[in-house]
Write a protein that binds this ligand. Structure first.
Ligand code: PLP
Length: 421
């Protein structure tokens, strides 16, 4: 459920017509709904209300300061995967003790940054990382709270590029070696073990892989407690999928997911953390774009848009499907045409959809890519020197540009010319 609906014959973001945003901000542009962000965060928060918990938004999904602030004001913690994200979370007013730090390659610089600024826990992914954290913490004279991310060797049944919980993936410590890793951690100075972490992948559309992973975490909790570790916090990762089409079967709801967590680990009396990203931001954002040309090819019609793969890379990178709908609502009984929907970038990979049946469109018409709020703007680039796509946040009948489209001069002035030229 989201807040991008047709009203009076045109598509609105909450109470703002998208035609108005296109007229003032231009296209392409990302548009987010505060009401959808709020709703999705609240669903997770309520799904875990049976016990102590924290919803740490995986901010790599959409990390604009205004989005972070919106969620932080609702009580969200943050899951960060880089020093840059840590700085963004702090800048948005998130307290250090609500930030968890994930990722396989934390540098000593990033570890120091987090220890100095405050951190809820590091989710540690390897033995060398444990040693690095121990070293930095000792040098600062502090103790670093850690969980160890275990790799449960579970098939998340999702796209290979976003599956992270199989033994062949680079993530975490094999669950079979976890007891040794915890023993090593306990022996290191400057380290305090607080719990266990797991994250098996993204865009999961069934609960079964979560259930398998969380059962293994529950078993490990008992084993580690028997070994004398104070396991009091379980970080169960993110990954719950979203519907990318309005027709297909819907993935499980946060409520079902919360009930599964209660069933699998609720009896352990741990504080539960989850790290949802996509489900909070995905359907809270659309990419607004305009048709530049309709080109009739040999047996094919190309819809050439002003958005491109540099603005939304998911179709090129993950073969992802996005519903693309006209901003002006089609009349009942309208003519339909099959299009290849492409952007202007000089690569055949710059294709959003092939053979997509759509209402007939013409140059100048506006379209919206639905479900583009997560892994959209954050993965955009300036390839082909196309200005970084701007972002707009809507709240009720208000809207604000939350990231400006840079000018060509701003883009060019970021380069510097060496002396010898
Ligand atoms: C990407 C990621 C998430 C968020 O995944 P979603 O599918 O967006 O919910 C959570 N935790 C970790 C460690 C991640 O890498």
């Amino acid at each position: 459920m989201d807040h991008f609906l047709y009203r009076d014959g045109q598509l609105f973001a909450e109470d703002v017509p998208l035609t108005e945003i296109a007229a003032t901000v231009g296209t392409p542009a990302y548009v987010y709904s505060t009401a959808t962000l709020t709703r999705h965060f609240t669903l997770f928060d309520e799904a875990l209300s049976w016990g102590p918990h924290m919803v740490c938004y995986a901010m790599k999904a959409a990390s604009n300061q205004a989005i972070l602030k919106t969620l932080a004001e609702l009580g969200a913690g943050m899951d960060v995967v880089s020093g840059g994200e840590y700085a963004r979370a702090k800048a948005a007013g998130v307290a250090g003790d609500k930030i968890v730090f994930s990722g396989v390659g934390k540098t000593e610089f990033e570890i120091r940054q987090a220890l100095e600024g405050g951190i809820r826990q590091f989710n540690v992914e390897s033995e060398p990382e444990l040693e690095a954290i121990s070293k930095v913490a000792t040098s600062l004279g502090v103790t670093a709270p850690v969980t160890i991310r275990v790799n449960p060797d579970v098939d998340a049944k999702t796209h290979a590029k976003i599956a992270t919980g199989k033994s062949e993936n680079k993530f975490g410590i094999p669950i079979a070696k976890a007891r040794q890793a915890y023993a090593d951690a306990a022996a290191l100075p400057g380290i305090e073990v607080v719990g266990i972490d797991v994250h098996i992948g993204s865009q999961l559309t069934e609960l079964a892989p979560f259930e398998a992973a969380y059962n293994k975490v529950a078993e490990l909790t008992e084993a580690l407690r028997a070994d004398g570790h104070d396991i009091r916090r379980l970080d169960l990762g993110g990954g719950l999928g979203i519907p990318y089409t309005q027709s297909n079967e819907a993935p499980p709801l946060p409520t079902d997911y919360g009930a599964l967590i209660q069933k699998t680990v609720g009896h352990l009396g741990c504080e539960v953390e989850i790290e949802p990203g996509r489900l909070i931001a995905g359907n809270a954002g659309i990419l607004l774009s305009r048709v530049i040309y309709v080109k009739e090819g040999e047996g094919r019609n190309f819809l050439i848009l002003d958005a491109a793969m540099n603005d939304l890379i998911r179709p090129a990178m993950y073969e992802a499907h996005h519903d693309i709908i006209p901003v002006i609502e089609p009349e009942p009984g309208h003519e339909r045409v099959t299009y290849d929907i492409v952007g202007p970038v000089c690569e055949s990979g710059d294709t959003f959809a092939k053979g997509r049946e759509m209402p007939k469109l013409k140059a100048g018409d506006l379209v919206a890519f639905r479900s583009a709020g997560a892994y959209g703007a954050v993965m955009s680039s300036e390839y082909n020197t196309r200005p970084l796509v701007p972002e707009v946040l809507v709240k009720d009948d208000q809207h604000a540009v939350i990231r400006q489209r840079p000018t060509f001069d701003e883009i060019i002035s970021r380069d510097t010319i060496p002396e010898w030229l």
